[in-house]
Design a binder for this molecule. Structure first.
Ligand code: 3HC
Length: 307
């Protein structure tokens, strides 16, 4: 009965709220996906944070600071949404530190030049917009509301990145070369953000049945490619895929085979920066313990003062 009522709520587009009955598998799937999404937001601050002290102008520095700060906030919204499923933030962070939880593969690539800030904003946040706009319609209420809030900020992230790439592409020959190099290094890892092909994706079946996801990994990946190819052409940069070609019949771009060995390598912890990202997170977490203790102490004092 409960299962039927639950599926009826899903099928009739009613949001599932924290106090609603839900199948244990639905809860587990959501905890997995939302926590990995939150971890991605927080770890994602590292590659960009690397360039805050080296931004080429005060304006560029202010924009990058604002963007990185937004990502921290996205992580907090998502951890809060995940906690409504009955798991503590401490436990989620521990799973990350114990390498029992993942975060997006894209953040395991190094940021070598300022143009990488442009490529990340344009491509990584561009991919995130495609994925997260779709997730605004996810069946779990707190996750859907977090997505709506996050999506409002993502367009600024994508535009500031595209502006950096456009400026450099029309700058000196060295700047254009730097922008093209960043596109060459970030293109394929960005389309890997959408996950394995649907035929290889163990979670997509339930994700679609329970409307956790509203579109599949391949659908979202195709939508991103279709939207992005024109943007590269406008600024005179070349997407590093010799098989990329508009297919008039399909009304989509055909594109080359992805390097799935690289994908699973990075997803399973053996990418260029996986070890460094985790070590940095652990160090920052340990160094921030006194802040968490002080905030909790203050909250306790406030609570006893009002009781
Ligand atoms: N990076 C890391 N892990 C990945 C991955 C990737 N690109 N793609 C898939 N995986 C993992 C999955 O988490 C799953 O691992 P698990 O079983 O241990 O949980 C496994 O590989 C199998 O993949 P599936 O395709 O079956 O998993 P999903 O159907 O859940 O698809 C996903 C993976 C596309 C990441 C999906 O979970 C999703 O859409 N998550 C929400 C969005 C998200 O997390 N985005 C990450 C980027 S963060 C971001 O965009 C921030 C922005 O500000 C830049």
């Amino acid at each position: 009965m409960k299962e039927e009522h639950f599926q009826k709520q899903i099928d009739t587009e009613q949001k599932i709220e924290p106090k609603d009955w839900m199948p244990e598998q639905y809860r587990k799937h959501l905890i997995r996906q939302i926590s990995q999404h939150a971890h991605s937001e927080v770890i994602g601050m590292q590659p960009e944070g690397n360039w805050i002290t080296r931004a080429p102008s005060l304006r560029a520095k202010m924009i990058l600071l604002a963007k990185v700060q937004d990502e921290a906030g996205h992580g907090l919204y998502l951890y809060s949404a995940c906690e409504t499923l009955g798991i503590s933030r401490e436990k989620l962070v521990q799973q990350l530190h114990d390498e029992k939880a993942k975060y997006s593969s894209i953040f395991n690539y190094p940021t070598l030049t300022w143009a990488d800030m442009g490529a990340i904003g344009w491509l990584v946040d561009g991919a995130a917009i495609i994925n997260q706009v779709s997730l605004q319609r996810t069946s779990y209420g707190p996750y859907s509301r977090a997505m709506i809030k996050i999506c409002k900020e993502e367009s600024f992230h994508q535009r500031q990145g595209y502006e950096i790439m456009a400026e450099m592409a029309k700058g000196t020959p060295e700047q254009k070369t730097m922008a093209q190099d960043a596109l060459n290094r970030f293109w394929w890892p960005s389309i890997m953000m959408f996950g394995p092909q649907d035929s290889e994706s163990p979670r997509t079946g339930n994700a679609m049945k329970w409307k956790i996801k509203r579109q599949t990994n391949d659908e979202l990946r195709q939508s991103f490619i279709d939207k992005t190819v024109g943007q590269a052409e406008i600024i005179g940069l070349k997407i590093p895929d010799p098989d990329l070609k508009w297919n008039e019949e399909r009304k989509h771009y055909d594109f080359g085979e992805m390097d799935w060995e690289e994908f699973w390598n990075v997803v399973n912890g053996n990418g260029p920066c996986n070890k460094q990202r985790l070590a940095h997170h652990k160090k920052a977490h340990d160094e921030g313990e006194w802040v968490r203790n002080a905030a909790q102490e203050y909250a306790k004092k406030q609570e006893s003062a009002t009781n």
